[in-house]
Design a protein around this ligand. Sequence first.
Ligand code: ATR
Length: 273
Amino acid sequence: MDRYLVFGHPVRHSKSPFIHTLFARQTQQELEYGLAEPAVDEFAQALRTFFDQGGKGCNVTVPFKEQAFTLVDCLSPRAKRAGAVNTIKLTDDGVLLGDNTDGAGLVADLKSHGVTLADSRILLLGAGGAARGALAPLLAELPSELVIANRTHTKAQQLAAEFHDLGPVTAQAYEQLAGPFDLVINSTSASLQGELPPLAPALIHTDIAIYDMMYGASDTAFISWAKQHGARQTMDGLGMLVEQAAEAFTVWRGIRPGTKQVLRELKRNLGVI
Ligand code: ATR
């Protein structure tokens, strides 16, 4: 049977096996999907062993995405832009192709929630790997403006300069942000520590869409904060998780699984509904 897995550390709580098993059932594909948690300095060897032993493809998550970028034989244009690889496919020619489906997953999830990106003013919080992966797919939707704000402002400036050729992207310091924005995307890891990015509450209004790439069984700190300040449309990263997986599954199997039912089952599994 064709074998796939996700590499991460820690990865025990990953929902990828659950999601891909449902995709496989739905599309009647015969495959198995597991977990691998190599020590941080043993990822390269573990990856090699997996493919030497007949693995067909894998996902890569924290903290291995940047390393995976350097280990594959060739890169898709979107992985090159993202500077990170979250999906690897062994092609029929024996080549390890590195791809990145995170940004496409974000955009697909935003669209499935009815968020309009064309001509919108988008505020992207954070300038780490997650922000980098989101930038090209977001700019491809032709927003009127995309502003990056980051705690370390110089990193936001570097990122804006790097993606400037793709669209109207600028960096602004948190304290200088001028609204109104149509959409705020939180790509920071602040919620992981129960912290908030230092965003002025005045930027939140009733018609704004709020997206947190993090997710949990209950609202993230950022989503709770945004709701308190009047945001009515809030979304967490669970949908992005399912959509990036669907995109990876499509890369591997050439068939696109439906995501709605799988997302519902995942929410049930997590106790969210
Ligand atoms: P990822 O790959 O998830 O993006 P990362 O590359 O470590 O992780 O980036 C984390 C991002 O969250 C950074 O933009 C970081 O800001 P700095 O560049 O200033 O470190 C941001 N971040 C983390 N904790 C934060 C907090 N408490 N408030 C604001 N931003 C925070």
